[in-house]
Every structure is written in C-alpha cells, then in structure tokens.
Write a protein that binds this ligand. Structure first.
Ligand code: TRP
Length: 335
C-alpha cells in the first residue's frame, strides 16, 4: 500500500470579532506552515461556539470574520480545505455515533468540561458542553487526519478522540485513522500584557493585541504593558515575565529566534524597547487587518470560498460517514 499522505485537521471557534496574537503566534502560524508539508483541513467550529451563551446577532459575522482572518493570515484555500463546521451535517451525524461508544464516565473526566461547567454553574451547564469533546472527535475523525495540531489544553480531547477511534475500529472493523497529537512548536507562550502570569486571552481585552486592532491601539497596549522592576531589558521568564513576554512577541513578529532577539535588545531602556515591539507588531499585523477588512467589505468572494470549502470537505466527510454507517450495519437508503 502506498504510504498514507500526511494530513492535519484543526479547528478554531468563532467566538470573537478578531483573533489575537496569542492565537496567531501560538497556533495559527503553525497552521500556515503546515501547508508546506501536509494536506490541511481547517474548520471554523461554529457549532462548538453554541455550547456557551452565544448571541444569534453576532455569530454569523464572527464566523465570516474568522474565516476571512484565516485567509488573511496565509491559509491558502487553493491548497487547504477551509470550511465552516455547520455547513456539513456529517459532523453532527458522526458525533451521535461516537456518543454511543463514549463512556459517560470517560466524558465526565474531561478537565475542560469540569472547569467550564463549574464556571457556568452546574445548573446551567448543558448537555452540549458535556458532549463537546465528542463533537470535536467527530470533526477530526471525519477527515482521517494523521495528526491534529493543538495547544496543550486540547491534549486530553485528542486522547479521547484516539480512544474512541481505536474502540470503533476494534469493534466494527478498520474505519478511522488514529491521529497523533501535534503540539505547537516555537513560541507558544504568549502571555497577557496586563498580567504576565496568565495566558493571553480574549476575555482580557487590554491584555491582548487583536489582529483587528488599529496601529494606535496596538501601540497603546504595548506601551501600557506591565513591565517588571528594573529598567533594562533582559530575558528571564522567572524574574521578568512581562519583559520576556514582549521579547517573545518581538521574536514572533520578526520571525527570528528568541535568543537572537533577546541578545539584540538586551540592555535597552524599557521605553525604546516597547516602541520597537509596538512598531514591529504593527508592521506584521497591519497587512492582515487590511486584507481581512477587504474580504469583509465585499463578502461575495469570501462567500464563494466558504461554499467551495464545504463542497471539498463534504467529499471526504461523506465517504467516512458512509463507511461508518456500513460498519455499524445500518440499513442504507439504497440498501
Ligand atoms: N476545542 C478546540 C479549542 O477550543 C476547538 C476545536 C473544535 C478543535 N474541533 C476541533 C481543535 C478539532 C482541533 C480539532 O481550541
């Protein structure tokens, strides 16, 4: 048999109007690079965004904006299959099948569910939040990827996906590729600008730089970033997390190794260093923001690309779902 092509699948939720540089430097730039070596499937997972309160007035726009940003970042719809989860009924269909082989206790052990349901309050946690990882497993297994690039916080979900795939294969016969977890390489440590002990997150707007922020907003956020005691730049995550985080951002923005970047700025005063970080971030974010705005201003091109993505994804998804139903022994419509 010919060697199996290397294929990745990953997904991102459209929960904001804009991704931030933590998403970009921590994950999405790896998605872009993977296009050189892998067949890539990238999915905007809007159904997952329904597991917590969502606003029906916003999700459409956010899905469009997320898709546009992926393209603007360098995901090439001619090379990769980029699509919206809810356009393919197969995701929900396979999720049902997988939920019938997933153990209740197994799902209850997912730490993300435990954290999120605690936050929402036990009464408000939904069944959707509980089965979130099963839908994620369906997202993945439908496309038979050999690896799934994700951040550390998703490792447990990929383990569950592998377990479910193995269980299905051994019960019903070989159906799913067992995907590897591919953890993000490089600069995944993007911290909150206001609290450099926490990861950069969308819920802390002044601590995050968003891809749709204007140049002046970016500069302001970098200049008011928390710095550490002392007055000179040096790279030391323990003693100087704030400054070290900014060095990491500068390295990512200029696509240079951290050590080299740290050496180049070591000994600089905080003021001029922050100016440099702000300038470099603006320089790399501006073209992405402009391209995104352009795509959103006249969405006909975008809409056509989204439709094409769904058509392409549908071919693989239907093949896998048909095979799954067959293995399960369901009576097909044409028998
Ligand atoms: N749960 C993932 C996250 O929050 C998003 C996601 C949904 C995903 N489906 C996926 C990631 C499939 C990888 C593969 O980041």
């Amino acid at each position: 048999m010919a060697e199996q092509a290397k294929r990745v699948l990953s997904g991102i939720q459209p929960t904001m109007d804009s991704f931030h540089i933590g998403n970009w430097f921590g994950a999405l730039n790896q998605w872009v690079d993977l296009q050189e070596t892998h067949e890539c499937y990238y999915c905007v997972v809007d159904l997952h965004a329904l597991t917590v309160n969502h606003d029906p007035k916003q999700i459409k726009q956010r899905t469009l904006a997320s898709f546009a940003q992926l393209l603007a970042l360098g995901i090439d719809p001619n090379r990769s299959v980029v699509f919206v989860q809810s356009h393919l009924a197969e995701h929900s269909q396979l999720a049902w099948v997988l939920s019938c082989i997933a153990g209740y206790g197994e799902a209850a052990r997912m730490t993300q569910f435990k954290d999120k349901s605690q936050k929402e309050g036990a009464d408000r946690a939904t069944v959707g939040l509980f089965t979130y990882p099963v839908l994620q497993a369906a997202d993945i297994l439908l496309y038979q990827p050999t690896a799934v690039p994700v951040g550390d916080d998703q490792k447990q979900h990929i383990e569950l996906t592998r377990d479910l795939a193995q269980r299905f294969n051994s019960t019903y016969g070989q159906t799913f590729t067992i995907p590897q977890t591919m953890t993000v390489v490089g600069n995944s440590r993007v911290l909150d600008l206001q609290d450099p002990t926490a990861k950069m997150s969308k819920s802390s707007p002044s601590g995050a730089v968003f891809l749709m922020d204007s140049a002046s907003v970016i500069s302001k956020k970098i200049k008011s970033a928390v710095t550490d005691s002392g007055r000179e730049v040096s790279y030391d995550f323990e003693e100087k997390p704030g400054i070290s985080n900014l060095i990491g951002l500068l390295a990512a923005a200029t696509k240079r190794p951290i050590e080299e970047t740290a050496e180049a700025v070591s000994g600089q005063g905080y003021g001029s260093f922050k100016q440099l970080v702000a300038d470099e971030l603006v320089a790399c974010i501006e073209p992405i923001r402009d391209r995104t705005s352009q795509l959103l201003e006249d969405p006909s091109e975008l809409t056509a690309l989204i439709a094409r993505g769904a058509t392409k994804a549908g071919v693989t998804a239907r093949q896998t779902l048909n095979m799954t139903y067959q293995r399960l022994g369901l009576l097909g419509p044409g028998n």
